[in-house]
Design a protein. Structure first.
Length: 340
């Protein structure tokens, strides 16, 4: 088999994959390497093998966008099973405790009240089997070796929690709730499942998980790997929208200056933003769905710089110099997809 050389494909783009359950995020990355013939491929937010759904994938030089595409809010649909707890807080772990779920677990009104109590800012203890590093060692690696790493509670927030369905346990079947969560960066849904069990007085674990959204990328915009094999470049997404930043257009000498990483004077840099509603159509600039932005740049604000319909750089505003300075320049511009 011919080895893929670094930079061989000449491609630079972002796609959204609907990850199937049973594959690791790294498995998806390897599959995308084969699909696009490009070694430089990375994802912007790990999904456990159990989970399916939204997985943003960066290809080629676009992998440098990874640092700017993390830290977004996320949305999930979770199935939580009550009566059994595991060492991983999901159905793939070893059972560590059992306890009968309360009879009310099959009552929708009871379930809605319990789910509502999960809302708001809170401290969350991460699962023992997680990728969090302590003294350079990942928690799950230590746990597999039989060592206990003391993890610290983390600040997270549950912005919304909506009960979708309640299935009372029958026979060997555990009671289950389907819940849709919208959460902040760093929230473990496995831990929410565990903690929801504590709230109603029994062990609980995550039985199934589907990620519905990451930042501005929704499940509807993601494609299965089989479809990606056929679509390839046609699956490219607009990185400007995924970044959620304002942007500027450059051509000619200005584009060359950006390619060299030269600063951009704010006074000479017109910023644009994506139009959010059809009611704003009259504010649209020459490109459909885009309008001029009247707001002055903010200290530290990151903008995208576009040339020939590709993202060629990310720049950051320096208020002391009243200019934008380069923080990420792409020698191969990142494609903007059909979702413009």
């Amino acid at each position: 088999m011919r080895q893929v050389k670094r930079g061989e494909s000449g491609l630079s783009l972002v796609v959204g994959v609907d990850k199937p359950s049973g594959m690791t995020s790294h498995d998806v990355v390897n599959r995308c390497r084969r699909i696009f013939g490009e070694k430089r491929v990375g994802h912007t937010g790990t999904l456990d093998p159990l989970a399916s759904g939204v997985l943003p994938i960066c290809i080629g030089p676009a992998t440098r966008l990874g640092a700017y595409l993390t830290g977004h809010d996320k949305a999930y649909r979770a199935t939580i099973a009550f009566g059994v707890g595991t060492d991983t807080d999901d159905c793939e772990g070893t059972v560590t405790r059992t306890g009968e779920a309360p009879a009310e677990a099959g009552d929708r009104s009871f379930a809605e009240q319990a789910v509502e109590q999960m809302l708001g800012p809170q401290k969350q203890m991460p699962p023992a089997y997680s990728a969090i590093k302590v003294n350079g060692k990942k928690s799950y690696e230590a746990a597999r070796e039989g060592h206990i790493i003391e993890l610290s509670p983390r600040d997270i927030e549950v912005y919304s929690a909506k009960l979708i369905a309640v299935r009372p346990g029958v026979g060997e079947q555990l009671p289950e709730w389907d819940v849709e969560f919208r959460v902040s960066k760093g929230t473990y849904i496995r831990a929410l499942a565990r903690d929801l069990g504590h709230k109603i007085g029994c062990p609980a674990h995550l039985a199934a998980l589907r990620r519905l959204e990451v930042g501005g990328l929704t499940l509807d915009e993601c494609v299965p790997l089989e479809a990606l094999e056929e679509l390839k470049l046609r699956a490219a997404l607009d990185p400007v929208r995924l970044l959620g930043v304002r942007f500027a257009y450059v051509e000619g000498a200005a584009a060359q200056a950006v390619g060299n990483g030269n600063a951009l004077r704010a006074a000479e840099c017109q910023l644009f933003e994506r139009r959010r509603t059809t009611a704003q159509a009259e504010m649209c600039a020459c490109t459909a769905g885009v309008r001029e932005s009247a707001q002055a740049p903010q200290e530290g604000e990151v903008i995208a710089v576009i040339s020939q319909n590709k993202v060629v750089a990310l720049y950051q505003y320096d208020s002391k110099r009243a200019s934008f300075k380069a923080c990420c320049v792409f020698q191969t511009g990142v494609l903007r997809g059909a979702d413009l």
